[in-house]
Design a protein around this ligand. Structure first.
Ligand code: C2E
Ligand code: CA
Ligand code: CA
Ligand code: CA
Length: 279
């Protein structure tokens, strides 16, 4: 249909029908996004609270649509999960992030972990462990510098299958983090059987720390839980000094959030890593 003045804005209206149309259009456009170089990765540093050093980077996918501009992964990842593209997109993210990390290491910059988000679909449908092993070999990145982030949901479902895959991944030498911890149903008795290295506390709790004693309590409990299970713990979405103070006081290991750094382009991260090397 030909665009009239109204249709041009259909992407912004909350109207239900337009929402469905918008998603169908985006889902279609996503097929060509990879080959047309519309996807890119931003990287957000993860900070060790003891040393205050950058010890990792999380790879966060970005889509610059030629017509609509930047589209949030919260919008297009679910579309990719529905239309089947998540497997090829996910592999592209893994490949690009591993190569980028290896490139920085070869330049003599910091040797740090690259954390990559895995969708549940990717985890269940594909032979994910073999794919990841192949990508690591091809990029020549030491597996100890790759961390995979999976959500609580995946980790708890299909336990036997998931444990098998996670153990395969551990054998390869990558580390595993549970993302968005505390927001989904989780079974602590199953958690103890999973080969998990890190718990990432969801930012919902971190951002409530200042006002809500309940969020403080939950955050404190998750930190202690991680430690008693021999896992390390990272707080996400840290934006303010009081949040940081609380996390320091509770002996949280790592933080990630706007207080230190926003997600940045590879070029911006490279500048920061170079400055760190000089200082
Ligand atoms: P996530 O994995 O929980 O990533 C953290 C999100 O919080 C990111 O949003 C990040 O930009 C944002 N963030 C970081 N620090 C702060 C802060 O201090 N304050 C606030 N308000 N936000 C902060 P982003 O980049 O929009 O990504 C959203 C979600 O999209 C991710 O949530 C993840 O679930 C998904 N995603 C992103 N990239 C990928 C990917 O490559 N594969 C898959 N499967 N999912 C991805
Ligand atoms: Ca994540
Ligand atoms: Ca998260
Ligand atoms: Ca999330």
């Amino acid at each position: 249909a030909k665009d009239n003045g109204k249709n041009q804005y259909s992407l912004c209206t909350p109207d239900m029908k337009n929402e469905v149309e918008k998603n169908m259009k985006l889902s279609n456009d996503l097929y060509r996004a990879l080959e047309r170089n519309e996807l890119s990765i931003h990287y957000q540093p993860q900070i060790d609270l003891n040393s205050k050093e950058i010890t990792g980077l999380e790879a966060l996918l970005r889509w610059k649509h030629p017509k609509y501009g930047m589209i949030s992964p919260v919008v297009f990842i679910p579309l990719a999960e529905k239309n089947g593209l998540i497997n090829s997109i996910g592999k592209w993210v893994l490949k690009t992030a591993c190569r980028q990390n290896k490139k920085w290491q070869d330049m003599g910059l910091a040797h740090i972990k690259m954390a990559v988000n895995l969708s549940g679909i990717q985890f269940i449908n594909e032979n994910i462990a073999d794919d990841i092993e192949k990508i690591l070999k091809e990029s020549k990145l030491d597996p100890k510098y790759l961390e995979l982030e999976i959500t609580e949901n995946i980790a708890i479902k299909e336990t036997d299958f998931v444990i098998k895959v996670l153990e395969k991944l551990k054998k390869i030498g990558v580390s595993i983090a549970i993302d968005d911890f505390g927001t989904e149903y989780s079974s602590l008795s199953r958690l103890k059987n999973l080969p998990i290295d890190r718990i990432k506390i969801d930012m919902e709790f971190i951002q409530g720390i200042k006002k809500s004693p309940k969020d403080q309590a939950i955050t404190g409990v998750i930190i202690n839980l991680a430690k008693s299970l021999g896992m390390n713990v990272l707080a996400e979405g840290v934006e303010t000094a009081p949040q940081l103070d609380f996390l320091n006081q509770k002996m949280c290991d790592y933080v990630q959030g706007y207080y230190y750094y926003k997600p940045m382009t590879a070029e911006e991260v490279e500048e920061i890593l170079k400055k760190l090397k000089e200082s």
